[in-house]
Design a protein around this ligand. Structure first.
Ligand code: C5P
Length: 405
């Protein structure tokens, strides 16, 4: 079998050290790694470490006579099955989005015809800056795939999205991209909307009403659909998970934001509502932080949130052809799931028992899929396996042109 070849561009950021571990994982899996180290990257890791782990020379300079004689930069950019940028700094993303080519890394990105996978890493403000948002969108429109960034504590002391995905996650995304057949995936050309995670409904500036959903099942389904070739929009409440490779994530907090993001993402061929949407939200958000006092605890009046699944099921001409809901039930699983199928107007309900708190946040799931034809009980499996099986069922329903309803 032909050896997979990755051109690894290491940009300048604290996360560059993770590129070393990524290199090790790739080499261990038999992937050839040809590293390019930017000038800024070389301030964080040494060419010597990178070269030793990659078992190849490290290229740093666009105008290096030695490098150019051995392999010109255009040939270099075509010498790989995949270009991986890790860490992808704000600067590298901006250059690539605008077609700048003033060093070896940016020139390679402009000259290549290979697919590109970026693992962004930057300060949270830089990641959230409108310029970076625009650049990420442009790159995505140009076909660049992304893995991460994660949410969490940063080397600069701040907290939020911007941490580079862990080497294992980047490695998995690389392998998935390398192993994906170029065409003929069953969901090629389809758009699928997935909701995931909890919602967080503000009570006052510092408190929220939320639940224990980890987002694992929804993220797993988004990843599995993308692996089958779908364009996936993942509308996600707050989770600690990285966006799966090739998935377009829209981060939201409240049910109403989730609903607006879902409506904005239509049209879609299918919608899979996995999010644990808070049924209620505080009627009014207190302007200041609530304080203890002689008057006793405050009364918090709740109002019902919109039902996103029911809304998508009744979206008229914009209704996705297949709408799938989830039902987490503590008792009377079958009867409740059947009732939900009717009440929500969706096509399938994937029901799982959350009695005893086993499923929420855990890695395993045991589900029954209900549709108009009846019930299908699946054996217990981890959430990734359940995701793959569900993605395949969705692909089959869409490809066979079934009149799902
Ligand atoms: O009614 P219940 O919350 O049990 O229904 C669960 C299903 O409905 C899930 O698919 C969930 O994503 C979806 N849902 C929703 N909007 C709500 C409540 C639930 O989309 N407000």
């Amino acid at each position: 079998m032909k050896q997979n070849r990755v051109l690894l561009i290491v940009g300048g950021g604290v996360a560059a050290y993770k590129a070393l571990e990524l290199t090790r994982l790739l080499r261990k899996a038999g992937v050839a790694v040809r590293p390019i180290l930017t000038a800024a990257g070389a301030r964080f890791v040494t060419a010597l470490s990178l070269s030793a782990l990659a078992e190849d020379m490290v290229r740093t300079d666009l105008f290096s006579l030695g490098n150019e004689a051995e392999m010109g930069h255009i040939a270099l950019s075509r010498s790989a099955d995949l270009i991986v940028v890790a860490p992808a700094t704000a600067d590298l993303m901006a250059k690539a989005a605008h077609g700048l080519a003033d060093d070896l890394a940016s020139t390679t990105l402009l000259a290549t015809d290979a697919p590109v996978l970026m693992a962004p890493a930057m300060n949270v403000r830089m990641w959230l800056h409108p310029a970076t948002r625009r650049n990420a969108q442009t790159l995505q429109d140009d076909g660049v795939k992304f893995v991460g960034p994660d949410d969490g504590a940063m080397a600069c002391g701040e907290h939020g999205p911007g941490r580079m995905a862990e080497p294992q996650a980047i490695f998995a995304a690389v392998m998935a991209t390398l192993n994906a057949p170029a065409a003929d995936l069953p969901l090629n050309g389809r758009h699928v909307l997935v909701t995931a995670g909890p919602t967080a409904e503000p009570i006052d500036p510092v408190r929220v009403l939320t639940n224990r959903s980890s987002g694992k099942q929804g993220y797993g389904i988004a990843a599995a659909l993308a692996e089958l070739g779908a364009r996936v929009t993942l509308v996600s409440g707050p989770t600690a998970l990285a966006a799966p490779a090739g998935v377009d994530r829209i981060a939201v907090e409240t049910a109403r934001q989730m609903q607006a993001a879902c409506e904005g993402a239509l049209p879609a061929d299918a919608a899979v509502c996995v999010a644990a949407v808070s049924d209620w939200r505080p009627d009014a958000v207190f302007a200041g932080k609530l304080k203890k006092g002689p008057g006793g605890p405050p009364a918090i009046a709740l109002v019902e949130n919109p039902d996103i699944l029911a809304g998508l099921s009744a979206a008229g001409p914009l209704r996705p052809r297949l709408v799938v809901g989830f039902a987490a039930e503590t008792d009377d699983l079958e009867a409740n799931a059947q009732a939900k199928l009717k009440r929500k107007g969706c096509d399938w309900i994937v029901a799982n028992s959350v009695a005893g708190g086993a499923v929420m946040g855990g890695d395993d799931n045991e589900v029954i899929v209900f549709d108009a034809a009846g019930a299908e009980r699946w054996p217990p499996a981890d959430k990734a396996e359940v995701s793959r099986r569900l993605a395949e069922r969705i692909a089959a329903a869409l490809t066979h042109g079934d009149k799902v309803r």
